[in-house]
Design a protein around this ligand. Structure first.
Ligand code: ZN
Ligand code: ZN
Length: 130
């Protein structure tokens, strides 16, 4: 297991144990507890590698990352983000990507990435308000 892999495992562990999305700098802060020398480019490289491999997702709206909550998947992930508590959930649906592709079918646009993010109020926070 090379150094690169050990960073990947460490970053993934941090993401998996966090209920909430983490920015690259949040992750860097945690890793610096263990290794003060780790530099931001290492973290960014590791994160984009994890995203590419489907082990993590980047939330564009928050500029933050979460661990993929299911096994590796080719389908679109629909990610819900609670505005109140920040909890994130992930749902997989094959139909979503097909529907999105149909919307732009005649546009000539070639989609390469898709992150579907829904912001709102989670079940727990919703109950508290009632
Ligand atoms: Zn996922
Ligand atoms: Zn909530």
């Amino acid at each position: 297991m090379g150094r690169k892999d050990s960073w990947k495992i460490a970053v993934l562990e941090i993401l998996q144990t966090s209920e909430k999305p983490m920015s690259a700098y949040d992750i860097l802060g945690k890793l610096r507890d263990r290794n003060p020398k780790i530099a931001p480019p290492t973290i960014y490289r590791t994160l984009s590698d994890l995203v590419e491999r489907g082990r993590a997702h980047r939330l564009e709206s928050l500029n933050a990352y979460i661990a993929c909550k299911t096994d590796k998947h080719d389908e679109s992930a629909v990610i819900t983000i609670c505005d109140d508590c920040g909890v994130v959930n992930e749902y997989i649906d094959t139909g979503v990507l097909n529907a999105l592709s149909e919307v732009i079918a005649n546009s000539g646009f070639a989609p390469l990435r898709h992150v579907i993010e829904l912001q709102g109020v989670c079940e727990n926070c919703g109950y508290e308000q009632n």
